[in-house]
Write a protein that binds this ligand. Structure first.
Ligand code: NAG
Ligand code: NAG
Ligand code: NAG
Ligand code: NAG
Length: 496
């Protein structure tokens, strides 16, 4: 009886929910058409008042705390992120006001966080590797129409495709679309740039062109690397700074392998530091970028909740790995026969992606165990599946960890603990529905920081990487300025 009466009320609830959703959606669309995005006025004012890098305005953080948003903390590092709640707070005159201001902040040089100069390397270093051929003397494809942009090869190659997304973003910043957000801007004069971007698709070059037809022949990958080094050494920009203000993407752990020691003075965009000696690459000067996830992102509203995820813990991957990966074997023997545990051997090619997607989205926890490198794509697949990551990789470095607290949505377990009998399962069982749900909610909030896309959107991976570059430049400067403190007096003492 009671069940029958439940049905209509549940139906009513659903109808209400849907109509509220539609209402919000339509108001969002309205705003979108009129203003491209909905930056809170207070933030806009901050940006406008101070012409240039609002990022470094000391008052910025305090200002944000009073913003009327649902999770204003995200704004710490994303002043330009659109927020649904903004539509609630702005009445129409305020909105017009902000539209007007918005026009004014079309991405011009003085307002961008980061000014980037990009070398016009010949196409064989970038889009030529995708099979793109322009007309004579054409260096870059026309990216105005996203449908005509050359495609990056799919499959496993995509994991390391950030070289492509970053380059596309810089190209698009020259077009009209640029007004939408203003993190990085491409400048044509390298003396005005904060950083000099080297548009070499090094991961694709490694993945696709490392093999040679004939024994003893030099591979295309090796040849391109050598030519790149020669090119850079001949550039006044490189000579001026010894490469220090250059940004080079080498996300595949084996990319740029032959010339690392020649290029390591630059800021590198990497997956991890596993295959780099610390003097060549380290967290002080380099940037960790997320892999591009392979499984599809679960829409927030469709994400299975605690009770809908029947598997306690999920891992699928190669089990026998070299180097740090021995722990995978030990865990395998500890966990393989446990109830509610999915721990199997499988590659993620072919149908593996679909299986992993299904498996992760119906699991509460997803294991990320060090493989032959400290990082792996699996972490990002878990994040977009909203499966709480359990990170067992003592040496791992994580993307944007200066602004994201991973402990809010992941669990870290030391390798030495993880292989103690019963330790891991006890730990996972002790995390109850409420605690897990908090982490899950946070996962849903941060998922968009791991999306690579074109055109790039505020707060997505491309945008986050540019912001990370800004912060890295700032911290490198800080360290270098400190080193200069006593130079003058030392010099004076010497000369007197
Ligand atoms: C803003 O930038 C413009 C052009 O660079 C400059 O003329 C103006 O004085 C600046 N205003 C402020 C408040 O810094
Ligand atoms: C290509 O560049 C060369 C050298 O700058 C120039 O002589 C030639 O006319 C250009 N060709 C076209 C089609 O623009
Ligand atoms: C580039 O900028 C520098 C410094 O602002 C300036 O001295 C130089 O003339 C500029 N070069 C060109 C080609 O505009
Ligand atoms: C100042 O001195 C430090 C170490 O003594 C050195 O590393 C740095 O390059 C010097 N800075 C300048 C501007 O010469």
């Amino acid at each position: 009886m009671s069940e029958k009466s439940m049905v209509p009320s549940r139906l009513m609830f659903c109808v209400m929910l849907i109509s509220m959703f539609l209402l919000v959606l339509s108001s969002l669309f309205l705003l979108q058409f009129s203003s491209h995005s909905f930056i809170p006025r207070s933030v806009l004012e901050l940006i406008i008042v101070n012409n240039s890098s609002f990022y470094f305005t000391p008052d910025f953080k305090r200002e944000q705390i009073v913003l009327p948003t649902d999770s204003s903390e995200d704004l710490r590092f994303q002043a330009l992120k659109p927020r649904e709640s903004d539509s609630k707070v702005s009445n129409s005159s305020e909105r017009e006001h902000s539209v007007e201001r918005q026009m004014n902040i079309a991405c011009d040089q003085n307002r961008a966080l980061l000014k980037v100069f990009m070398y016009d390397l010949p196409p064989e270093f970038h889009f030529g590797l995708l099979g793109w051929k322009g007309s004579v003397n054409q260096t870059w494809p026309d990216v105005d129409n996203p449908n005509h942009v050359p495609r990056y090869p799919g499959g496993l190659n995509l994991q390391h495709s950030m070289e492509y997304w970053l380059t596309l973003d810089l190209l698009s910043l020259n077009t009209a679309k640029a007004g939408q957000h203003c993190t990085a801007i491409r400048v044509q004069n390298s003396s005005q740039a904060d950083i000099i971007f080297v548009p070499f698709f090094s991961s694709l070059s490694y993945n696709r062109h490392s093999k040679t037809q004939v024994e003893g022949q030099v591979s295309v990958n090796k040849m391109l690397q050598d030519r790149l080094v020669r090119f850079l050494r001949g550039c006044k920009e490189w000579k001026r700074s010894g490469g220090k203000n250059h940004l080079i993407v080498a996300h595949h752990p084996n990319s740029l392998l032959d010339v690392r020691s020649n290029l390591a003075s630059a800021m590198l965009v990497l997956a991890d530091f596993g295959r780099y000696p610390v003097e060549l690459a380290n967290i002080k000067k380099d940037i960790i970028a997320p892999y591009k996830h392979l499984v599809a992102t679960i829409p927030r509203a469709e994400s299975p909740s605690y009770d809908e995820r029947s598997t306690l813990v999920y891992f699928q991957g190669a089990i026998y790995r070299k180097d740090g990966g021995v722990i995978r074997q030990e865990l395998y023997y500890l966990l393989k026969d446990e109830k509610d545990v999915h721990f199997t051997f499988g590659s993620i090619g072919g149908n593996g992606v679909n299986q992993a997607s299904q498996g992760m989205s119906t699991s509460k926890f997803c294991l990320n165990i060090a493989g032959d490198t400290p990082s792996s794509n699996r972490l990002f697949d878990a994040i977009v599946s909203h499966c709480v990551p359990v990170i067992i990789s003592d040496e791992i470095e994580l993307p944007y960890e200066d602004v994201l607290d991973y402990s809010e949505f992941s669990l870290f377990v030391r390798a030495a603990d993880a292989i103690k009998k019963g330790y891991l399962l006890n730990l996972l069982h002790s995390i109850k529905r409420e605690e897990w749900t908090k982490m899950w909610e946070r996962l849903k909030e941060i998922t968009h920081h791991y999306e690579y896309q074109y055109p790039s959107q505020p707060g997505d991976a491309v945008n986050m990487i540019w912001q990370e570059v800004v912060r890295k430049i700032s911290s490198i400067q800080f360290n270098s300025h400190r080193k200069n403190r006593y130079n003058r007096s030392q010099l004076l003492v010497k000369t007197n």
